[in-house]
Write a protein that binds this ligand. Structure first.
Ligand code: ATP
Ligand code: MG
Length: 255
C-alpha cells in the first residue's frame, strides 16, 4: 500500500446513473480509482455492483454521467479507439467462463492470438508465465473440468492478465470458494497489486475479503439507489455513522 492522497486517478466515475426500462438501479455515483490500489465495490445482492462494473468497462451506456478510464471517456468511444482502450483492461466475470474444451494454457493464449501478432512459441511462453504468476504452472495442460473452483478462479485471473493490462476488474472472485481458498485468492490479488503495480477493481460482498484486500471501497445500497459509503474499509467499520454501513461491517442485524 504505497498510495497517497495525491496518487493519480486511473478511473473517474462522475454522476453515473443506471436505469433499465425506466427503473433506477443507482444514480449520482461518483468516485475515483487510484493507480496501484485495490478498490472494492461492495453491497448486498441486487444493489448494482455488476451493473456498475459493466458501465465502467463500457458494456452499458450511462443513463446519466460518464466514466473516464486512463484519461479517456470510455462511454463516448467507438470503433478502433474503443477496442484499443478495452485491450488495456482485463476482466474476470462473476461466472468465470473459461473455454471448456481448451486447456488452461490454450485459454490464456486466446486473447494473445486475438490481440497480438506474437508467434505461437511466444504466446505459449507468455501463457506459461501468467499461469506461473497465479501458481498454476503444473496445471497448464488440464481442461477447466479437471481443476477445482479455486484453480478456475486463478486461471480466470491469469487469462484476464494475458495482455498485461494496467487495470484488472474482478467480479466476485471468491464467490463459492471455501474460506481457505478464498484467503489464498485474496493474498494473490494483493501480491499482484504489489509486485506488478496493477490496479484492481474488485466486486465482492464478503467482509473478510474486503478487509483483507481493499485499500479503499465504495458501498452501494439498493434502497438508497446509490452510494452510501466511500473510503478505507477498516475506517468505515470503526467510524461510519450510517446504520446500514455499520450493520454490514460489524455483522449486526439492522433494527
Ligand atoms: N441488462 C439488464 N436489464 C435489466 N435489468 C438489469 C440488467 N442488468 C442488471 N439488471 C438489474 O439491475 C439490478 C442490479 O443487478 P446487478 O447484477 O448489478 O446486482 P449485483 O449487485 O451485482 O448483485 P449480486 O451480488 O447478486 O451479483 C437487478 O435488479 C437486475 O435485475
Ligand atoms: Mg453481481
Amino acid at each position: 500500500m504505497v498510495e497517497t492522497r495525491d496518487a493519480e486517478a486511473v478511473i473517474r466515475v462522475r454522476d453515473l446513473a443506471a436505469r433499465f426500462d425506466g427503473r433506477t438501479i443507482f444514480e449520482r455515483v461518483s468516485f475515483e480509482v487510484r493507480r496501484g490500489e485495490v478498490f472494492v465495490i461492495l453491497g448486498g445482492s441486487g444493489c448494482g455492483k455488476s451493473t456498475l462494473l459493466k458501465h465502467m468497462i463500457g458494456l452499458y451506456e450511462p443513463a446519466e454521467g460518464g466514466i473516464e478510464i486512463l484519461g479517456e471517456r470510455i462511454d463516448r468511444m467507438q470503433g478502433a479507439a474503443r477496442t484499443a482502450l478495452l485491450r488495456r483492461i482485463g476482466v474476470m466475470w462473476q461466472s468465470g467462463a473459461l473455454f471448456g474444451s481448451s486447456t488452461l494454457q490454450e485459454n490464456i493464449e486466446v486473447p494473445l492470438e486475438e490481440h497480438t501478432g506474437l508467434p505461437p512459441e511466444a504466446r505459449a511462453l507468455v501463457a506459461r508465465v501468467k499461469l506461473g504468476l497465479v501458481g498454476l504452472s503444473d496445471a497448464a495442460g488440464r481442461l477447466p473440468a479437471e481443476i477445482s473452483g479455486g484453480m478456475a478462479k486463478r486461471a480466470g485471473i491469469a487469462r484476464a492478465m494475458a495482455l498485461d493490462p494496467p487495470i484488472l476488474f474482478l467480479d466476485e472472485p471468491s464467490a463459492g470458494l471455501d474460506p481457505i481458498t478464498s484467503a489464498g485468492l485474496d493474498a494473490l490479488i494483493r501480491q499482484l497489486a504489489r509486485d506488478l503495480g496493477t490496479t484492481f477493481v474488485v466486486v465482492t460482498h464478503e467482509l473478510q475479503s474486503i478487509l483483507a484486500i481493499g485499500d479503499r471501497c465504495i458501498m452501494l445500497d439498493k434502497e438508497a439507489r446509490g452510494m452510501i459509503a466511500e473510503g478505507d474499509p477498516r475506517r468505515l467499520r470503526e467510524e461510519s455513522e450510517n446504520p446500514v454501513v455499520r450493520a454490514f461491517f460489524r455483522r449486526e442485524v439492522l433494527s
